[in-house]
Design a protein around this ligand. Structure first.
Ligand code: EPU
Length: 423
């Protein structure tokens, strides 16, 4: 198994290019199944989760392949869903990646049936999919659970009004993908407003879908009879961008995240400014510098445009070195504090009570061997290791490889002393 070895204490300086967004690429790959022809997706990051999704699509009979980057451009993934024969996502894949459930909407819309292993809980919470199922049933699908699988079928989906009981990102995406080929109009209410939902809606529109209101909590979809193939460039990864910018801030450096879009990073950038970092939006990206002390600030995660839960662990690592007391409140997932025990092993002072972590800043962290537990927790341990005195080893970085493309190369290019070695 690979591990990261980090020699901390070097300020990171320089420019780094942000990859395409994992959480936008995955639903867009699922949406490719809706088209009557091949779809080319530009800038899909090379990640473990993307490979798993490619395997899922191929096993269903879709034709999936990478096109080489042309003229120093970005790599492109080509998906032809017209060859699909087995609308099924089996347990061995779903258990490694919950996002597999994103094929449910497209399969029902395009093929009239789907058999998907019911996802279980995961490291960060129970994560049920009741809202996905409730919505698809409102569009006319009949579904039943048999032997751990959701078996769903429908003639043609029919437009309906659906109000989500809570904000769900992949739930909104699944229903959006189902509604585009439904008969009539679908009103989706209390939708997730995440930028990745907006990116999906834009891609669906490029295939000929009729959608209004993405990025608000009220989306209207007028169903069409068919969708065509398209070429679409996936948005930059706001969570990777935020993580790289925090790497600059936590080490007292100066990092420019090229391709980062400040408009979708608002909540994080505001908190970084409040903490004393110098944040500037520059042509082509976002730059963060820090030279003074880190001011302790409070954060509370919330659906977009609130502070993203996917940045909570990394921000907590930063707050561990704050000049006072910080409250970190996690409101989206019930078990997303797995990094706390590891950060404490580096000398961090954190007390958890329910969904709130109280962080008392310390003047320094010290390097230690650490265990990664989930994707964003792994990133927080890497950030802490970069800032800590001495040597840190982060074990089980396969979690990190699910969502960060060549993170060690990007950090090394900024001057970090980090290497991947086999245990
Ligand atoms: N929820 C329900 N019922 C549902 C759906 C969700 O109770 O039917 C609950 C969840 O248990 C959770 C909350 O609603 O407490 C929000 O979950 P959501 O459905 O929005 O999460 P998701 O769609 O499963 C996506 C990202 C996550 C990110 C969350 C929140 C993808 C593939 N995953 O998950 O990304 O944390 O939205 O923004 O887009 C990550 O990249 O590290 C990651 C976990």
């Amino acid at each position: 198994m690979d591990i990261f070895q980090i020699q901390g204490g070097t300020p990171l300086n320089g420019a780094v290019r942000v990859s395409g967004a994992k959480n936008a690429a995955l639903p867009i790959m699922a949406a490719a199944l809706l088209a009557d022809g091949p779809v080319e997706i530009v800038g899909v990051p090379r990640l473990r989760d993307i490979n798993t999704f490619c395997t899922l699509l191929s096993r269903m009979g879709a034709t999936v392949g990478w096109l080489p980057a042309v003229d120093g451009g970005r790599e492109t993934l080509r998906i032809d869903g017209t060859t699909l024969t087995r609308p099924e996502a089996t347990y061995d894949l779903v258990k490694t990646m919950r996002a597999s459930v994103l094929v449910l909407g497209p399969l029902l819309a395009r093929h009239g049936s789907a058999r998907i292993s019911m996802p279980g809980g995961c490291a960060i919470g129970a994560r049920p999919i009741d809202q996905h199922l409730k919505g698809l049933e409102a569009l006319g699908a009949i579904s039943a659970l048999a032997e751990g699988y959701i078996e769903a079928a429908v003639g043609r989906l029919k437009g309906a009004t659906i109000r989500f009981d809570l904000c769900t990102v992949t739930g909104t995406e699944n229903l959006l993908m189902a509604a585009v080929l439904a008969e009539g109009t679908t009103h989706l209410k209390n939708c997730a407003r995440e930028p990745e939902v907006v990116d999906l809606a834009r891609m669906l529109r490029a295939m000929g879908a009729d959608i209004e209101g993405e990025g608000t909590d009220d989306i209207v979809v007028r169903g069409v009879d068919s969708l065509h193939g398209c070429r679409y460039e996936v948005m930059a990864d706001r969570i990777e961008a935020g993580t790289l910018l925090l790497a600059g801030a936590i080490t007292g450096g100066d990092v420019l995240a090229e391709g980062a879009d400040a408009r979708v990073l608002d909540a994080l950038l505001e908190k970084m400014s409040e903490s004393g970092a110098d944040v500037s939006v520059v042509p082509g990206g976002v730059r963060v510098r820090r030279s003074g002390s880190i001011r302790s600030v409070n954060v509370k995660t919330a659906p977009h445009p609130g502070f993203p839960t996917d940045m909570q662990a990394q921000f907590m690592a930063y707050m561990c070195l704050g000049d006072g007391f910080s409250l970190v409140n996690e409101t989206i997932f019930e078990n997303r504090f797995m990094h706390v025990a590891e950060l404490r092993r580096m000398g961090a002072k954190i007390e958890v009570s329910g969904s709130t972590a109280a962080v008392t800043g310390v003047p320094k962290l010290s390097g230690a061997p650490l265990m990664a537990t989930d994707l964003r927790a792994s990133a927080s341990l890497v950030l802490a290791g970069l800032a800590a005195a001495g040597r840190t080893e982060v074990l089980r970085i396969y979690h990190l490889d699910r969502g960060y493309e060549k993170l060690e190369d990007k950090l090394s290019a900024l001057g970090a002393r980090i290497s991947r070695v086999q245990e």
